[in-house]
Write a protein that binds this ligand. Structure first.
Ligand code: BTN
Length: 234
């Protein structure tokens, strides 16, 4: 198993992604950093990531870089890890994991010197969110009233991440996409996707082998979207 080839458990750190970045040269593939608290957790698009005690804040160093398919593999891994507890999470493209339509986990991939740092933030036993997050974010505990052991969840997540990262490396993309379709909330959804220079509104048809979302507009034109900020409209 690659994931967890080296393992660091920290009490507090600015960001587990940043911590790996600092020791990139000397670290083997599969290095994992976990922290109880992040003081400067990072989200996508330069956002902050609220990371108090109770969450599972984790980064993994990987050598196979694919900005679009890695979040697909990581999203499937997170959903599958929670199936062990009979908790059904949903993937919202590109990098969010939802429960009862609220965000309970997020994925951040950073590519540095040709290596990928896969950051996974899971609001596991978090009990409070700041006012500005309350409407959209929640935790596994708040939604299910189940208090899961962080270390046990990490072991499930490690196994699942290893499994789907291996599929990616072996180029078994179709197998990966079958799993993604099983866990996603996106298929048939009306969405509004903000790209840097325009906005696309349409219905989600599928995902392609590059990890791009396939969206059909009202005029039946179809686009494959590699990345963007996506909002569900129904
Ligand atoms: C997002 O949804 O915007 C992505 C959030 C990713 C958060 C995780 S927590 C572990 C790792 N370290 C960070 O600073 N960010 C990621």
């Amino acid at each position: 198993m690659i994931i967890g080839s080296k393992y660091y458990q920290l009490t507090e750190v600015d960001s587990t992604n940043e911590y790996i970045k600092q020791m990139l040269e000397a670290s083997p593939e599969g290095t994992v950093v976990l922290a109880d608290v992040q003081t400067a957790g990072r989200g996508r698009m330069g956002r902050n990531w609220y990371s108090p005690e109770g969450g599972l804040w984790m980064s993994v160093l990987l050598d196979h870089c694919d900005n679009c398919l890695m979040p697909i593999a990581a999203g499937v891994a997170i959903c599958e890890a929670f199936r062990t507890y009979d908790i059904r999470l949903n993937i919202k493209w590109p990098n969010d994991i939802l429960l009862n339509r609220k965000k309970v986990a997020g994925i951040l991939i950073e590519i540095v010197n040709g290596r990928a740092i896969l950051g996974m933030g899971i609001n596991l036993n978090v009990t409070h969110f700041p006012d500005e997050l309350k409407e959209r974010a929640s935790s596994i505990f708040m939604e299910t009233k189940k208090h899961l052991n962080t270390q046990t969840l990490y072991e499930h997540l490690r196994l699942a991440t290893d499994k789907y990262y291996s599929l990616l490396k072996e180029d078994k993309i179709d197998d990966l996409l079958v799993k993604w379709r099983e866990h996603t909330i996106m298929l048939g959804q009306d969405v509004r996707i903000e790209l840097p220079e325009r906005v696309i509104v349409g219905k989600v048809l599928d995902i392609d082998r590059q990890g791009a979302l396939i969206v059909m507009r009202a005029d039946y034109s179809v686009e494959h979207i590699i990345a963007g900020d996506c909002r569900l409209l129904n």
